[in-house]
Design a protein around this ligand. Structure first.
Ligand code: GUN
Ligand code: FE
Length: 440
């Protein structure tokens, strides 16, 4: 057992309810990873034997615990060029930067080097659950899974599938793509690690034949495996898909190929018509909102408020390297920022997204999108303990000798949390826990 004392806890209860609990005692079972009790006093823990066998941890008044962050859409190989090549829109960007980079992952030494750094870059930013695209290469994507497993993060990983409309040096044969996908799924499942999951990953409709998508849908159904892909990111992409499939809508293309279900994660979803939203809702699929990427690749602004009002599942994604940062906290800022621009320039009656709401999307929203809402996302008793220990002393005070920093002198914990979201960074993250175990 692990017992935190004097713990300040900050988490979302629902979309509009950021709960701040001060000075609590938290009991975590390290065998199961489960939060067994959150209470005011250790006396309230009735089982003496777990107290006797517990490791005690006194938190400081300049610290709080928050749930680990969930990154619902990201490309592990693209870490290699993140922060560069952001001068082009999507389709040109794929051709000039992305496909050449990803094609190099046939080289396992290169893959190992990049993937180790890539996984760490997300972990250090406080991401405890991540949903990754790899490349088309089976062996390199297996290696990515091994590296995530070693890190202790929760990982959803897909071997990318694409059998047309890309250069011949970065394209698969349809049958090979399907075979490798099955082998990849078997490999991940054979680990029997409850925090690792394979994901069926058709890259996006333009690079996938009908045959490939139909067969991938079958694999997803028969193994009950999630699906991830891109949808309606860029206006030229949308136009191209409608032409390629002679379809009225981009969303309908995935639906008619059997890829829309309650396990599907759809990245971007910027330019959707109302009937597409209805279809997504009806199928129970969810949306990964990637605002840093959408700004960088000039893709547009996703109407988040409208989608929330529709009751769609929404999580946040960094979409490295379309998005330049591995930090979901930065994505929270961008989510709020672009929603304000949307109101200023697009739709004046649409309320921007508030900080509590964006934080909800980064934690519970992401958990829902990945089917983990029963397990993670906040500190409810019975959920698994995925947490960040944040120290905010450097944000509120210059640490001079005369003044022991004490947040309650100047700021409420709510204000400190807001400051952390806007001004904080990885230096404030002192410890990281996944399923009750410390991983950093
Ligand atoms: N659409 C198809 N592939 C990609 C990709 O790698 N990144 C982004 N942002 N969109 C895509
Ligand atoms: Fe992407």
């Amino acid at each position: 057992y692990l017992i935190f004392q004097n713990a300040n806890l900050i988490h979302s209860v629902d979309l509009n309810n950021l709960q701040i609990l001060e000075n609590k005692t938290v009991l975590v079972n390290q065998d199961t990873g489960i939060i067994e009790k959150i209470c005011n006093h250790i006396d309230e823990i009735s089982d003496q034997s777990c107290i006797n066998n517990a490791k005690f941890y006194q938190l400081k008044s300049t610290q709080f615990l928050m749930p680990g962050l969930v990154d619902t859409h990201c490309h592990a190989p693209q870490f290699f060029f993140t922060g560069t090549g952001l001068d082009l829109p999507l389709l040109e960007w794929l051709d000039k930067y992305t496909f050449p980079c990803e094609s190099k992952f046939s080289d396992l030494n290169f893959a190992k080097k990049v993937y180790e750094k890539s996984v760490k870059s997300h972990l250090y930013c406080g991401t405890t659950t991540i949903c990754f695209f790899g490349t088309i290469h089976l062996e390199a994507t297996k290696l990515l899974v091994d590296i995530i497993e070693k890190s202790g993060m929760r990982g959803y990983v897909g071997k990318v599938c694409m059998d047309r409309n890309s250069p011949d040096w970065y394209r698969e044969e349809t049958q090979k793509s399907l075979e490798d996908t099955k082998n990849f799924i078997d490999y991940v499942l054979s680990k029997q690690n409850p925090i690792l999951k394979p994901v069926v990953t058709p890259r996006f409709a333009p690079t996938c034949s009908s045959q490939l998508m139909l067969s991938l849908a079958e694999i997803s159904e028969s193994h009950n495996i999630p699906v991830q892909t891109h949808l309606s990111e860029n206006v030229n992409e949308v136009k191209w898909v409608k032409e390629l499939f002679s379809s009225e809508s981009y969303t309908a293309v995935y639906d008619t190929h059997g890829l829309l279900n309650d396990r599907t994660v759809l990245a971007h979803c910027i330019h959707l018509e109302d009937d597409e939203l209805d279809l997504i809702k009806k199928r129970g699929a969810g949306i990964s909102h990637c605002p840093t990427s959408n700004t960088s690749l000039q893709s547009g602004i996703m109407p988040t408020r409208k989608y929330l009002n529709k009751g769609l599942k929404i999580g946040l994604g960094t979409d490295v390297a379309g998005g330049f940062t591995p930090s979901i906290i930065h994505v929270i800022r961008e989510c709020i920022g672009v929603s304000k621009l949307y109101r200023s320039f697009v739709k004046s009656d649409e309320e921007p997204i508030g900080l509590s709401e964006a934080f909800y999307l980064a934690t519970i929203g992401g958990a829902q999108l990945l089917g983990l809402e029963e397990k993670i996302g906040n500190f409810s008793e019975g959920k698994e303990f995925d947490a960040l220990l944040i120290d905010f002393s450097n944000i509120i005070h210059k640490n001079d000798d005369h003044h022991e920093p004490n947040f309650s002198d100047d700021h409420s914990l709510r204000e400190i949390f807001e400051k952390f979201i806007y001004l904080g960074d990885d230096r404030n993250i002192k410890e990281i826990y996944v399923k009750g175990l410390r991983i950093l």
